[in-house]
Write a protein that binds this ligand. Structure first.
Ligand code: GLP
Length: 258
């Protein structure tokens, strides 16, 4: 079996996610080729010093992504698909831009703790008394405005955010490193719209220009809703590339259904 890098137990990144990433890297690098079996859960667990449950969680996630598949009684094999950059995973803006060879940056429009609207509370499944962090930013790639994003996160999952976090840097990195929160699953709705008079100058386009309107609800690995985001992406500078697989996933949250 190809070498698996040891896990970083102090990073706050869940172990199953680290195993998933290590296996993914081996598959991407060609160390495991299509149709080749990957080692059994028991072997992975022993090599990395984790429970079989943790190793199985990583395997299941890769199966859900279509990267590997299981044959009853035979084992788990690498799928015969290319793992291109366009594979839609839960990426932060920073990761997405870097993977495209672009330099990300942000301008913070507002960052505060407030009472969430009914829409936000419903999506995040919190009560009227629970506050949310609301962060609104212009996101740039290579210095050019690409999107306006407005993220809402429940206060109780990352209570010191306002004090500790520099909102012009990566939010997902802060959540992972300081709070051990990783976005595991995202439900995303994409609609087409027109830039409003308020957004247009922020994006450097004319009011009424075509834009993508993205609504995202992201969940942590425990299944808790952790971020509700509404974003406006320039239609002339952004495209969405999907790979669809037959992997079984649960239904969309009711608040995200059209
Ligand atoms: C993407 C998502 C947003 C998320 C952002 C975090 O753009 N659509 O929901 O808030 O990534 O990006 P970063 O970690 O670079 O701040």
């Amino acid at each position: 079996m190809p070498q698996l890098q040891p896990l970083d137990r102090r990073s706050g990144v869940p172990l199953h996610y680290q195993i998933q990433q290590r296996l993914m890297n081996l598959i991407r690098s060609g160390a495991f080729s299509p149709s080749q079996p990957i080692p059994p859960v028991q072997e992975i667990a022993t090599r990395l010093g984790v429970s079989q449950m943790t190793a199985r969680q990583a395997i299941r996630a890769l199966c859900d992504l279509g990267v590997i598949y299981t044959r009853q009684g035979k084992g788990t094999f690498v799928s015969g698909i290319k793992h291109a950059r366009d594979f839609r995973q839960v990426h932060s803006f920073t990761e997405e831009m870097k993977s495209r060879g672009l330099v990300p940056s942000s301008k913070v429009l507002s960052f505060r703790l407030q009472v969430g609207s009914q829409e936000v509370r419903k999506a995040l499944q919190i009560s009227a008394g629970q506050k949310v962090f609301r962060l609104r930013r212009i996101r740039y790639s290579d210095g050019l405005p690409l999107a306006v994003e407005c993220s809402c996160l429940p206060h109780h999952i990352c209570p010191g955010l306002l004090e500790s976090y520099d909102p012009s840097t990566s939010l997902y990195q802060e959540l992972a490193e300081r709070y051990g929160i990783r976005m595991e699953v995202t439900d995303e709705v994409v609609e087409v719209g027109k830039a409003t008079a308020e957004e247009a100058p922020l994006l450097g386009i004319d009011p009424g220009s075509p834009v993508f309107l993205l609504t995202r609800l992201s969940y942590s690995e425990s299944g808790e809703p952790v971020e509700y985001v509404r974003s406006t992406y320039r239609g002339d500078r952004y495209k969405i590339v999907n790979r669809l697989t037959r992997a079984k996933q649960g239904p969309l949250a009711a608040s995200m259904q059209i």
